[in-house]
Ligand binder design. Structure first.
Ligand code: SF4
Ligand code: SF4
Length: 346
């Protein structure tokens, strides 16, 4: 790993170097009813728009590589022949500027399923391969439990990673592209004083975690508590709205629908992200629903994140960003649900 120190004033120059590409970064979008700022990942054209002091965005950056609705292909009839158009929907390389460690780890987990598994999806892979990621360290919010999930730091999955040392950034370089971009920027080798400051910042971050999830033996405990009544409790509160999956950086379940033109001369196949909490998620042809109760759907989401994915990939599918708990109108959140399953009571 190569390290460099970058004066904060140089970051705007790095932005300019990258500006020939589509840059996506955190921006401010006003405040909520409690006065808390709302941040969002958007396409950014001006460095001044970026809010690198952002906390957690309400929505993840997922829509830029896993859109909520995406055309997979279309068909058209021309005379007696017909044609098929497949478009992977990449228009130019994307720069993700300022992703926090949890969101980088979320991408790494999605890669395992959507790029490295038995059935890779070219729509995701094509966007992912055209991505340059600048990571940015953060201070935990009261709802963040990424440390419990081992995702409070990112070890890979980025091109360069910035840690704010006050008047300068500590930069980790992980790709040749990042190294080459930095050649045009004034950057220097870190000194011992920079290393000391880096460790101080890391210690400050570690001291600020408040929320946590005990993941010890969690897969076994989930197996033992499959019939626990706590699932009925949480399911009784769940509104089956699907918001938790919408805001989750690792939820990738989807449905596919085909729309045929009235004159039968064209058709479009569309993929849309879906939530396993929504009432018809497990409905199949003939109208049978394998999970008609809200508690069985909610339980399924937790078992996929914390049990099934661990069995398949030896890690949880949850990165502990806390977005689902913050967004849920029924105040259902991962730390409380897992704690109740462990205790066997709410
Ligand atoms: S857990 Fe909350 S956000 Fe998720 S579907 Fe139920 S009510 Fe909606
Ligand atoms: S399940 Fe909740 S806390 Fe875990 S990654 Fe998804 S949104 Fe974040």
């Amino acid at each position: 790993m190569l390290f460099r120190i970058l004066d904060k004033t140089e970051l705007a120059r790095l932005f300019e170097e990258l500006a020939g590409n589509r840059i996506i970064g955190p921006v401010s979008r006003g405040s909520d009813r409690q006065g808390a700022p709302i941040y969002s990942f958007e396409v950014v054209y001006d460095f001044a728009e970026l809010r690198l002091d952002y906390t957690t965005t309400r929505m993840p950056a997922k829509r830029f590589f896993l859109p909520y609705r995406e055309t997979l292909c279309s068909f058209a009839v021309h005379g007696r022949a017909w044609g098929k158009i497949v478009d992977f929907n990449i228009y130019q390389p994307q720069i993700l500027f300022g992703l926090h460690p949890c969101d980088i780890n979320a991408l790494n987990k999605l890669d395992k399923v959507l790029m490295q598994s038995v059935y890779p999806t070219p729509y995701y892979s094509s966007k992912r391969r055209n991505m340059f990621i600048i990571g940015l360290d953060c201070m935990p919010q009261p709802f963040c439990f990424c440390r419990s999930m081992g995702t409070d730091t990112a070890l890979h999955g980025f091109d360069m990673f910035l840690t704010d040392l006050g008047d300068r950034y500590f930069v980790e370089i992980q790709s040749a592209a990042a190294f080459n971009y930095l050649k045009n920027i004034t950057a220097r080798e870190p000194t011992e004083a920079d290393h000391v400051r880096y460790r101080e910042v890391a210690a400050e971050k570690n001291s600020k975690f408040t929320a946590q999830v005990d993941t010890t033996d969690l897969t076994k405990i989930l197996d033992m508590e499959f019939q626990s009544e706590v699932w009925q409790h949480w399911g009784g509160r769940c509104l089956s709205c699907g918001t938790c999956a919408n805001v989750c950086p690792t939820c990738y379940c989807y449905g596919v629908e085909e729309t045929v033109d009235l004159d039968l001369r064209g058709a479009v196949k569309t993929k849309h992200l879906y939530s396993c909490n929504v009432v018809d998620f497990a409905e199949v042809a003939g109208g049978h629903n394998f999970r008609p109760d809200s508690h069985s759907r909610l339980k399924y989401r937790y078992y996929h994140k914390h049990r099934g994915f661990v069995e398949a990939f030896e890690e949880s599918l949850c990165v502990g960003c806390g977005r689902c708990g913050e967004a849920c109108l029924a105040r259902i959140n991962v730390p409380e649900v897992i704690a109740s399953v462990r205790k066997g009571e709410v």
